[in-house]
Design a protein around this ligand. Structure first.
Ligand code: ADP
Ligand code: MG
Length: 264
């Protein structure tokens, strides 16, 4: 991909699927790292109280400003919450378990769905891409992420019941488009945990393509133990095993999204 001659404002993309364990966090980390390799300035936002993105990128999560502070305190400093990572060009805003209390606190807020959008607006000029790693639910936090975003990326594992729930997710995106964020687009569905050796995986991928056509990205992420290994090492796979085909797959995803115009 061409090098950028100027940076920002950011294209904001939510990684979303209300099912857990489908590759949202893994994709946030490794797509972020791959885009950074291509010279993009990337901010990854941990929007899951489990804090897996923060752990996976080696961020501090205690005695620091987190996304929770930014949501609940209008005067909190966004710059103070941003941490650099071991990857040049990739920054993170961390989260910890405090964030699980945010839903309750936000219920009584004015314009509660727009709070994250307001936070990210303050730093949008400093980045080319902002990736929001959503929690596995369709609650207020995820609606905040969708309201703040230009695009949504849906990781979908190649398992039989994977398609269940996607209709509800797309319906939620449609509602957010009608009521809160007319500009939001589906940037793509990303097949993950693909095992080409099993008929099962191939059949599921076929069904996904039947159901969603060209909304399914060409890049497919294979199942490999390198991902859990890399997350234990708190390092993106692009650095943990730079030559592995799994690292190359995330570089391909970065290129595909750039060529589709989904990101700069
Ligand atoms: P989510 O954020 O959707 O809950 P994760 O990205 O945390 O999902 O992935 C769940 C688990 O599966 C993690 O332990 C992760 O390391 C592992 N994992 C993710 N992608 C793959 C893959 N392509 N192959 C094998 N394991 C994977
Ligand atoms: Mg996750």
């Amino acid at each position: 991909p061409a090098e950028l001659t100027q940076h920002g404002p950011a294209k904001i993309v939510a990684l979303c699927n209300q099912k857990g364990g489908v590759g949202k966090t893994t994709t946030s980390i490794n797509l972020g790292a791959a885009l950074a390799e291509y010279g993009r300035r990337v901010l990854a936002v941990d929007f899951d109280p489990q804090g897996a993105l923060s752990a996976g990128l080696g961020a501090k999560t205690h005695d620091v400003t987190t996304i929770y502070d930014l949501l609940l305190n209008r005067h909190a400093d966004v710059q103070e919450a941003i941490q650099s990572t071991g990857v040049a060009g990739l920054d993170i805003i961390p989260a910890n378990i405090d964030l699980s209390a945010a839903e309750v606190h936000l219920v009584n807020e004015v314009a509660r769905e727009q709070i994250l959008a307001g936070v990210l607006r303050k730093v949008s000029g400093d980045y080319d891409v902002i990736l929001i790693d959503c929690q596995p639910s369709l609650g207020i936090l995820t609606v905040n992420a969708l309201t703040a975003s230009h695009g949504v990326l849906i990781p979908l594992e190649c398992e039989y019941f994977a398609l269940r729930g996607v209709a509800l997710l797309i319906e939620t995106i449609d509602k957010v488009r009608e009521r809160l964020n007319p500009a939001i687009e589906l940037d793509g569905i990303l097949a993950t945990m693909y095992d080409s050796r099993t008929l099962h995986s191939r059949e599921v991928l076929e069904r996904v393509v039947d159901a969603f056509g060209d909304r399914v990205l060409e890049t497919v992420i294979s199942r490999t133990v390198k991902f859990p290994d890399a997350s234990v090492a708190a390092t993106p796979i692009t650095q943990f095993a730079p030559e592995h085909q799994a690292a190359e797959a995330y570089r391909q995803l970065a290129r595909e999204l750039i060529f589709r115009g989904a990101v700069a």
